[in-house]
Each structure stands twice: as C-alpha cells, then as structure tokens.
Design a protein around this ligand. Sequence first.
Ligand SMILES: [Zn+2]
Length: 301
Amino acid sequence: MRKIIKKIFWYLVYFSGLNFIYNLFSGPRLILVGYHSVPAGPQDSQNYAMLAVAKEIFAKQISYLKNKYRIINFDDIARGTKEGIAIFFDDGFEDNFLIARPILKAREVRATVFLTTDLISQKDILWTIKLRYLKGASQETEKLIWRLKDLPLAQRQRQLAAIFSKFKNPLPKIFMDWEQMLKAVDVFDYGSHGVTHTDFDEMGEGELLGELRESKKEIEQKLRQNVTALSYPHGKYSELSVELAKKAGFQTAVTTRKGVNKNPDLLCLKRISVDPDDDMIIFRLKLGIYYPLSVAIKKFI
Ligand SMILES: [Zn+2]
C-alpha cells in the first residue's frame, strides 16, 4: 500500500511539470547513473536481487539517456566537465560483457566498469551472492545476509567461513575475466573497486593504501588503460580513504550517496541508483527532482 501511495505521489510530481521546471532551472549538473548486473536469465535475477536491472528496461534507459543528455566519462569529469551523464557498473559482472555491452554498442554509448581485481581473477565471488548460490535465494537467506552485514568484519568472516565449509559445490563464474574486459574496451572504460571488496573504512591506513595502489596497477597493466576513477566498495568511505585515494593517484571517486552533483568534491561523488522496479517515470525523476525533493520532504516529516 505504502508503495502504491509513493508511486502515485511521484507520478503527480512528474505530470504536474515540477520535474520539468526543476531541470530547466537547476543549472549544470553531473549525473552518475549506476548499475550492477543486467542479468542473463531469471536465476541470475534472483541471485543478484536488488543489483539486477532487466535487459529490456536497461536498453530503454540507455536509449533515453543517449537521446536526451550528453554522455561523458570519468576522464571528462576529472578534466573539469561540469555537465553530463556518466554511466557505470560496479563489480564487473559477466553479464556486463554478455548482455549490457551489445546494448551499449548498438547505441554508441560508453560506460565505466569498476572492478574488484580479486573477484575478476576468480579468487572469490561476493559473499552475499555466494550465499544465495549455495543456500538458495530465499527470505531466510536474505535474513541471514542482513544479520551478517551488521557484524564487525572479523566476526562476519569467521561465521562465513563456517557456513562455506559445509558446501562442496564449485563456484560459478559470475564476473568478467581479463580477456573479456580487454575485448570490451570498445565500450568500457575501467576503474577500481578495490582488490577484495572489503569496506575501506574497515581497513588500516597501510592496508588500504596498498589495496588502492595494487588494484590501480593491476588494471592498468592488464587492460592497458590509465586508471584514475574509483568506486568505494559498498560506498563506504571516510576522510582517510579520500586522502589515500588521492595519494594513490585517483582523481574521481563514486560513493553510494544518492543524488546529482553540483560543483562536487570529485572524490566524493553522488550517484543515481537504478532499482529493478524503476519504471521510466521514476527513472526520469531520479535524474531530476527525485532526490532533492526526497531530502526536503524528510526534513519536514
Ligand atoms: Zn561492489
């Protein structure tokens, strides 16, 4: 019920012309549209849960962005571009190569993939997805994930190790490999999403600087691109991580703070997060008045 009321409210905002007026008068903005998976089939949609956007919806959104906006990349932002839309993917799922790449290529749109080097090298997969694969995607698994997310890192790792030791199934390949990524340079630029996908605010200074430098170096060597863009794993960052990212040579970095950017700190950029059930009206609103109005409403309630 709450969901329906919310939807009606946002439709009223859209059709009242408020969004149009907001866009007209809000001046130059940097909009970073973030995705994770564009799943190849229903099983992946279940396992990736909130990270998945169906390919038909993704194609529609990309066509819309291409027709309405200037598409830029993170190099443009680093060089001082103040207006445009950058499209990016976190984590480097294999479906970015198999499903998203042809859609982007057909529309001549480039995007940035932020990859986690240990995941790409198949040393591990994200623990949340691993749990869904091994235990099945169910409400019970989701509850377990939320409980584990609340634990401190060491305790979470101990519990996960105990759970995973009970399973013998081999892990599926869910991320792109280096060869696929090299092939996809026609469409993708690459940035760092760390080495291990550990939250940056859970790491010590030396460890974090090592992780930043190592991921940057490995991507640059393997994909022959200069890497200056970063996406904080789980969006977690602190003053220290911003300082160390700069020290390691990064010029732009994306957080999970939601919104559009006006004269931003380039190492703390906000994103538009696309959810699986966003229709085109909600998607258009998210590029405009959605987040500023949400913040204003929360202040009054
Ligand atoms: Zn991630």
